[in-house]
Design a protein around this ligand. Structure first.
Ligand code: HEC
Ligand code: HEC
Length: 170
């Protein structure tokens, strides 16, 4: 037990030393819910998976619920506020940290929809980095809509058709 406490103490000391070197580097933007996230969401991992992710409110709520199952200290009354905060500061269209590689999509009907709608939460590179069996695209696009991709049914059909035509694995 003493041993464990010692390790915990050392880890804390190292973590505060790292923070001391960059006192203003709070990775979480200000807002209602900031303090909860800054504490409860950094107990198991660094802020990185959070600040590099973009989702709408429903997507973030689901992620928060998964984290609560893992052990995150967010009470039932704080779920809404936390999801709203995350969707505000890390929602679709909020620029991603670091350089984002430019991708030239294959020309074709639907390319523009992919260009504008599928680059709101991650790079386009992530979308087309590999070809996938054609039937997978519909499921992927559907999942993206659950994360908060702002596309209606018609647009989703056009996007799926484009991806099936140009980015299907043979
Ligand atoms: C009790 C430990 C724990 C806490 C606290 C925690 N997480 Fe996680 N988180 C994990 C684990 C473990 C993973 C790895 C993926 C998985 O198992 O779901 C993860 C992964 C993630 C990912 C990446 C998911 C992906 O698909 O790449 C995000 C985003 C995330 N956490 C957000 C949060 C947020 C927001 C909070 C605060 C509400 C939080 N985490 C608090 C354990 C935790
Ligand atoms: C609202 C945010 C959001 C938008 C908009 C969005 N995505 Fe995603 N996308 C995510 C998240 C979050 C992940 C990582 C989690 C996952 O893969 O389940 C992801 C991952 C991916 C992946 C990798 C999945 C894998 O299994 O390797 C592909 C491909 C993808 N998105 C395609 C698209 C396409 C196509 C569009 C446009 C219709 C799109 N995304 C728009 C949130 C979004």
């Amino acid at each position: 037990m003493r041993h464990l406490l010692l390790i915990a103490g050392l880890t804390l000391a190292t973590a505060s030393a790292a923070f001391a070197q960059t006192p203003n580097a709070d990775p979480f933007p200000p807002g209602d819910g900031h303090d909860k996230v800054a504490v409860a969401c950094t107990q198991c991992h660094a802020p990185t998976p959070i600040v590099t992710m973009r989702m709408g409110e429903a997507g973030w709520r689901r992620q928060v619920e998964i984290m609560i199952l893992r052990g995150a200290q967010i009470g039932p009354d704080d779920i809404d506020r936390t999801a709203t905060y995350l969707a505000t500061v890390f929602g679709p269209g909020v620029p991603l940290p670091g350089p984002v590689k430019e991708v030239h999509l294959a020309a074709g009907s639907g390319a523009e929809l992919v260009q504008t709608h599928c680059s709101l939460c991650h790079s386009l590179e992530r979308v087309v980095i590999r070809h996938r069996p054609g039937q997978q695209w519909a499921a992927i696009v559907h999942r993206m809509m659950q994360f908060g991709a702002p596309v209606d049914g018609t647009e989703a059909d056009q996007i799926v058709a484009y991806l099936e035509e140009h980015y299907a694995a043979q």
